[in-house]
Design a protein. Structure first.
Length: 543
């Protein structure tokens, strides 16, 4: 995660009074951090130092790791309200937007600050709470990446204060969504891609030795390469193939100018991982080996190779040629491991089914015979007929009740489980070239059987629609459990809900909602690099 703010060893004195004494901390992107202290503790002084309004005695602060302070990255809401005579809300917001390189849209500022009905009001005629909202609007004018709020809700009523913090939380979510959509690798691939990025350090060191113009061009190409590499994990269908070809062209270009062929490893990893699901894997595998071989020869020409370059050449040849089969094998092993774990859990359920059937056959028959004998005895008994008849009726009733109970247990145990459904749908998705990724599926073993049956039906329906309409190559299901809720997230990287009417209609959204409503749960449908369904179902005591 990116470090948004780093403060190191900041000290500040006023006359002989120590205000700040060796302050150290860092804040990551997406975090909301509060500075708490009594009046005069130095909170505002620290904010003023960080935003370069006053100078510290010693120490330093960096915003997004930049040595040079850039005011376009920040927004500051100070304690004091700014109030100018005969200047309207609309005029001051539009004026403030002109001070920044990439300002937030005027309408977005009004919506977030809730000032739509006050645009023509003079600043000096606003109430205390409205002035704070205007200060917040001016803070957002530059579309900042980092916001400082100094006593932001002073003068606001309870409702306005609640709405204000709701907007702050929304801004935080927007930043996380931006990072997830454009910067971070998708969660299903784990940390492996970040580890692979460590190999870029040698590439950068090589490029830095080039002449200035060539160095700048190749560094830009390297950044583009990393972006294309990252986007490949989110691409679908032909997009994967196009991304791979872009990577090959960029890797060949950088190899030609810098004699650094190692970037092919990134592309090889992608090909090896996705070739399981790509119908025409040869379209990218052949160009990969052709271009990488030429690049390796340019970097390490065999006839004229120096003895000292032999070890590096061997390592490059082995890594570049072996990346595709190695990553392909790892991907298959991962999928096979998932499948084996699932089959093991299914086997346990199959054993339960066998025991349940045996229980039904044996005990059910016994109880039936017991009921018949009790009825016969009722007719034959002559002594104390009243008591005997009552006892025999109790035996018959208990026998029938136990028989119904056994049948109910067996019926409950024969419901479709989530694991069985995932195993079946794994095969269907594989045939369609779609990768199934699951997380925490093992925790569903102990979930309520009716809930498992409902979720199994929903997963089956979503898989069917993903195969028919989504045009994606990844279908992921994540399970989690809170103290009082079952949580399920189903996500594919296809076209989403709003880009294709037939896909939206065929998804059976109303049917899914009715099933979840029946369980007193909630379901939401969203577009997040494809179709995303979030389901929450309450855990009842009987679960």
């Amino acid at each position: 995660m990116t470090t948004a703010l780093e403060v190191r060893n900041i000290n500040k004195k006023y006359k002989n009074k120590v205000i700040l004494n060796d302050i150290n901390f860092s804040i990551q992107s997406g975090e909301i951090v509060a500075l708490i202290g009594k009046n005069g503790a130095g909170k505002s002084t620290l904010v003023n130092i960080i935003t370069k309004l006053i100078q510290q005695d010693s120490g330093q602060s960096k915003i997004f790791n930049k040595e040079k302070f850039d005011r376009n990255l920040i927004g500051v809401m100070m304690q004091e309200n700014i109030s100018l005579d005969r200047i309207t809300v609309k005029e001051i917001i539009k004026l403030t937007r002109t001070y920044y390189r990439n300002p937030m849209s005027y309408q977005a500022i009004l919506a977030l600050s809730e000032l739509q009905n006050y645009t023509n009001h003079p600043m000096d005629k606003l109430s205390g709470g409205q002035k704070r909202k205007l200060q917040f609007a001016l803070t957002l004018a530059g579309n900042p990446d980092l916001i400082f709020l100094d006593e932001p809700t002073v003068g606001m009523d309870a409702e306005s204060r609640t709405k204000f913090w709701k907007h702050i939380d929304e801004l935080k979510k927007q930043m996380k969504k931006f990072l997830k959509k454009h910067v971070l690798f998708p969660s299903y691939v784990g940390l492996a891609p970040y580890f692979w990025l460590l190999w870029l350090f040698p590439a950068v060191s090589v490029l830095l030795t080039l002449p200035t113009i060539m160095r700048n061009i190749t560094l830009i190409l390297l950044i583009i390469f990393v972006k294309v590499y990252r986007d490949c994990f989110l691409a679908r269908d032909k997009g994967v193939v196009i991304n791979i070809f872009c990577q090959l062209i960029l890797a060949a270009t950088l190899s030609f100018f810098a004699r650094y062929p190692f970037l092919y490893i990134y592309t090889g990893f992608i090909i090896g991982t996705f070739s399981i699901n790509m119908k025409n894997a040869k379209l990218v595998i052949v160009p990969y080996y052709v271009l990488s071989t030429i690049s390796l020869y340019l970097a390490y020409p065999l006839p004229n190779m120096a003895v000292g370059d032999v070890p590096a050449a061997i390592i490059n040849y082995l890594f570049i040629f072996g990346t595709i089969p190695a990553s392909n094998s790892l991907s298959k092993s991962y999928r096979l491991g998932k499948q084996n774990n699932r089959l093991e859990l299914i086997a346990r359920h199959s054993e339960r089914d066998r025991i349940a059937q045996q229980l039904h056959d044996n005990l059910g028959q016994s109880f039936s015979m017991l009921a018949l004998k009790a009825e016969l005895a009722e007719k034959l008994l002559e002594k104390d007929p009243v008591l005997a008849k009552q006892q025999l009726k109790d035996i018959a009733a208990a026998s029938r009740q136990n028989l119904d109970l056994v049948r109910e247990i067996v019926a409950d145990m024969k419901h479709s489980t989530i694991l069985q459904t995932l195993d079946i749908q794994q095969s269907n998705l594989d045939k369609s070239g779609i990768m199934l990724h699951t997380k925490n599926e093992e925790i569903t073993v102990d979930w309520n059987k009716d809930i498992q049956n409902t979720i199994s039906q929903i997963i089956t329906e979503l898989v069917t629609n993903a195969i028919r309409y989504s045009h994606g190559n990844l279908f992921s299901v994540t399970f989690s459990q809170k103290k009082n809720q079952y949580l399920i997230t189903v996500h594919d990287n296809g076209i989403g809900f709003d880009k294709n009417i037939s896909y939206k209609n065929s998804f059976g959204l109303s049917g899914i909602k009715k099933r979840i409503d029946y369980l007193d749960g909630n379901v939401s449908f969203d577009n997040d690099n494809g179709a995303k369904i979030d389901i929450s179902i309450p855990i009842v005591k009987d679960d």
